[in-house]
Design a protein around this ligand. Structure first.
Ligand code: ADP
Length: 488
């Protein structure tokens, strides 16, 4: 099949979170199966200078607000996949902002990207079996492909990695692309379902309405978005289009995330090693972190979170987790930062409060190398999310022999089974799960983890080995996507 993905991220060259990881892993699997795969992303200014670029098409035009702008499509190989990079001569320098998201003009930036990519497909007279769109920034390509361009696309598939970000904008933003925004501002098309936003368009909704098939990244999340608690007002649209929504679970890229070959670890290890060999390698990862940052705790459990600090991830519960771990003499390491100023300030103050503690470490940067080292060094990873469409951190952690402590929601519910759940065979139990997003439940879960580490070390070692054996690669999920691509 000729499969083309449209995305704003592709790991490791352009990654802000799990989306970049998903794209690289899914594409690698499709390439392995012999499909013809391309991913199109913007040519951001921060991409590595070492990419070997080939010019695919120069000087093709794309109109915005009645003015025509030149564009060039480049290509390169990244992790075995063919990646197309859209460069634009637009005077707003849409993709030269040093970051993927977070600009006040994110909507026009990504709408322009969608339109320019469609213009490229048209200029190349491309025949595509599946155009696969990911999240709100590229959702509008489904509308453009159908209503503004005549493209040879057999099927359009839309994956919702998070329904929290709806891509709200004004109908005028669509006028800028040469469409009549008013025509789309109706309840059956793109008008947002929230009554307090009825003047607005939701680009995410457009992806659902205009695509042939939709995926919501885990079986539980595909059900949760049908409820007002998680789908909010858009739950009405999700219910209306329920028949085309699937819940195919994300996997992790087994090449980028592999403790056997990970170049940033001093000691490699794998699921085939003995428990004692694995623990020695994890000790060495702890020493690496200790040498860099001086965290001076070796004989106590290391608990940590590697996450964007945003409300759905339960920042107040992460803070409670830090306090609870410290009270019990465990170490806590937080790698993450917040795009929300007030939350970042709150965590800055927390870091100050714990500045004298050798067993608490907070690093508010995006640091891929440190993330790899931490997945290996931690004993437990804490994900106290209120909402988690799939979650990759728990899957990566398990591959590195780190036991997840999670709240029972979305993909966390689908991938982590409590060590005490006797309804499930022992070899499938792979973590600690708590039900409600309260400090009480969280503290019970952490206490259980800490005492398992200290008092039931045989059990703990067995579990480390067990979680490493669980396979969370892309094989099964890519197969499900292929079935979805082939459905009539
Ligand atoms: P989300 O996509 O909602 O952010 P996921 O759990 O699906 O959450 O994926 C998070 C990805 O981002 C993981 O690969 C994780 O390691 C990475 N990550 C999050 N914060 C950081 C950080 N500060 N530094 C490095 N990697 C990070």
């Amino acid at each position: 099949m000729k499969i083309v993905h449209l995305s704003t991220e592709f790991a490791p060259i352009a990654k802000a979170g799990g989306l970049g990881d998903v794209l690289v892993g899914l594409c690698r699997e499709f390439v392995k199966l012999g499909h013809d795969v391309e991913v199109v992303i913007p040519k951001y200014d921060f991409l590595p200078k070492t990419l070997e670029l080939k010019k695919e098409l120069a000087s093709f035009s794309c109109e915005e607000k009645g003015r025509s702008h030149g564009n060039t499509m480049w290509s390169c190989m990244v992790q075995n996949s063919r990646v197309l990079l859209l460069e634009t001569e637009h005077p707003e320098r849409y993709f030269s902002r040093g970051a993927i998201y977070g600009c006040p003009d994110d909507v026009p930036r990504f709408l322009y990207f969608c339109k320019a990519v469609c213009a490229y497909f048209q200029a190349q007279n491309k025949e595509i079996d599946v155009l696969h769109l990911h999240d709100w920034p590229v959702a509008f390509a489904a509308v453009l492909a159908r209503d503004l361009f005549s493209l040879k696309i057999r099927k359009i598939v839309f994956t919702i990695h998070s329904a929290e970000y709806r891509g709200l904008c004004s109908p005028f933003d669509l006028d800028a692309l040469g469409l009549d925004g008013k025509k789309y501002h109706t309840p059956d098309k793109l008008q947002d379902d929230d009554p307090s936003h009825k003047d607005l368009i939701s680009l995410l909704k457009g992806g659902v309405v205009y695509s042939d098939a939709v995926n919501a990244v885990s079986p539980t999340y595909a059900k949760e978005i049908l409820t007002p608690e998680i789908g909010h007002d858009l739950s009405r649209t999700f219910c209306q289009y329920k028949a085309k929504i699937r819940g195919i679970l994300n996997g992790i890229d087994q090449v980028l995330w592999d403790p056997k070959t990970d170049p940033v670890l001093l000691s490699s290890y794998s699921a085939e090693d003995s428990a004692s060999r694995i623990l020695v390698a994890k000790e060495s990862a702890k020493r690496q972190i200790h040498d860099r940052f001086g965290i001076d705790v070796r004989k106590t459990p290391w608990i940590g979170s590697i996450t964007r600090i945003v409300p759905p991830k339960g920042p107040e519960l992460i803070e409670a987790g830090i306090r609870c771990a410290v009270e019990q003499g465990a170490a806590f390491i937080l790698l993450g930062s917040s795009p929300i100023d007030s939350l970042q300030r709150h965590f800055d103050a927390l870091k100050k409060e714990f500045s004298g503690f050798k067993n608490v470490f907070m690093h508010f940067e995006y640091d891929e190398v440190l993330a790899h080292q931490l997945y290996a060094a931690l004993d437990f990873i804490l994900m106290p999310s209120h909402l988690e469409p799939c979650g990759l951190s728990q899957l990566i952690a398990m591959r590195y022999g780190t036991i997840p402590i999670v709240r029972c929601t979305g993909g966390l519910k689908d991938t982590v089974i409590d060590e005490e759940d006797e309804t499930v065979p022992l070899e499938k139990r792979n973590g600690i799960v708590f039900q409600s997003a309260t400090k009480k439940d969280l503290s019970r879960a952490l206490t259980r983890a800490i005492s398992m580490f200290r008092l039931r070390s045989q059990h703990f070692h067995g579990m480390v080995q067990r979680v490493m054996k669980r396979q969370f690669g892309w094989t099964a999920s890519a197969q499900k996507y292929l079935e979805m691509y082939s459905e009539k």
